[in-house]
Ligand binder design. Structure first.
Ligand SMILES: C[S@@+](CC[C@H](N)C(=O)[O-])C[C@H]1O[C@@H](n2cnc3c(N)ncnc32)[C@H](O)[C@@H]1O
Length: 288
């Protein structure tokens, strides 16, 4: 165990003990890919942006609102961030201190080329080799359910985040059972699809931070890649129509179905009463 890991509230496994097959499969997939394969993280086309960024947008906008802060106030660590799709979103949104991490060194090499202004590092999400409270926000999208110990991944995020955690993952429920699958099997990689609920998040957070003040919220959402598949079939030659279709599905479907939605957008804000704007912190300090 590393020096930083020794002080962790939970015991951490080393990167060398990360699940071998899973690591090999992702490494191979990223290693065989070309930078062009990831261009959908960069394209401006509104339909792609809406389908790809919508839940990040929801979570981040809500976080900025409840903390009365701005993107530049936050040092962000993305875990299971692959080639840096979330980092690209965050940079465009105005965040200036972003670190993207993944356990695949091939993914991290691509991320470094795609997003040179973002710090990139190889990290195992089950054992983040960084000190407690070393980032303001720790974010994951579609990552925890690939871990053999998803709750351990969440524990690590809570440990490393001094202010907030945002997790965009599958949500348990009827819609997930109808639309989803129990196991994902893809190119040599297999994972059980671990689905969160607000109650589960609350238990995991409170077990770890005990009676510290905290805000826990799930902006549960209806969101499925089949919406994109259908939109593409119907309006392949008309990007504007495609965008309108996707927008309409979520605008109409959202209010009706978000409450039973298949996506978990879990937000944890530690010390919600503390000002989160750095400029305010500085003013307070200067005044005292
Ligand atoms: C489905 S991809 C999601 C990538 C990206 N977050 C996105 O939404 O586009 C899952 C990612 O988790 C990473 N991953 C899986 N297990 C991991 C672990 N133990 N530690 C860090 N990253 C891991 C994989 O390498 C892969 O990049």
């Amino acid at each position: 165990m590393t020096e930083s890991a020794k002080s962790h509230k939970i015991s951490a496994i080393g990167v060398d003990q990360m699940p071998e097959l899973q690591h090999k499969a992702f490494e191979q997939r990223y290693g065989q890919s070309d930078d062009k394969d990831w261009s959908w993280y960069d394209v401006a086309d509104p339909a792609t942006r809406l389908q790809t960024d919508r839940l990040l947008h929801r979570g981040i906008d809500r976080l900025m609102a409840i903390t009365d802060s701005h993107p530049e106030d936050w040092r962000v660590l993305v875990v299971c961030g692959g080639v840096g799709g979330e980092a690209t979103y965050l940079r465009k949104k105005g965040f200036t201190q972003i670190t993207n991490s993944d356990f695949s060194s091939s993914a991290i090499e691509i991320a470094q080329r795609r997003e040179p202004s973002v710090t990139s590092m190889v990290l195992n999400a089950e054992a983040l080799d960084v000190p407690d409270d070393s980032y303001d926000l720790v974010l994951v999208r579609a990552g925890l359910h690939h871990l053999p110990r998803p709750v351990l991944g969440m524990n690590e995020m809570i440990r490393v985040a001094s202010k907030a955690v945002l997790a965009i993952e599958p949500n348990e429920g009827v819609l997930a059972k109808l639309l989803g699958q129990e196991f994902e099997v893809e190119e040599g990689e297999i994972n059980y699809v671990f689905r969160w609920t607000n109650e589960l998040l609350e238990q995991v957070v409170k077990s770890q931070i005990l009676q510290d003040p905290v805000h826990i919220e799930n902006l549960r959402s209806l969101h499925h890649h089949k919406v994109w598949v259908v939109a593409e079939k119907l309006f392949a030659d008309n990007p504007e129509r495609m965008h309108q279709f996707i927008d309409a599905v979520y605008r109409i479907g959202g209010p009706l179905l978000d409450r039973v939605g298949n996506h978990f957008v879990g937000l944890v804000v530690k010390d919600p009463a503390v000002p989160h704007r750095r400029s305010l912190d500085l003013t307070d300090r200067a005044a005292s």
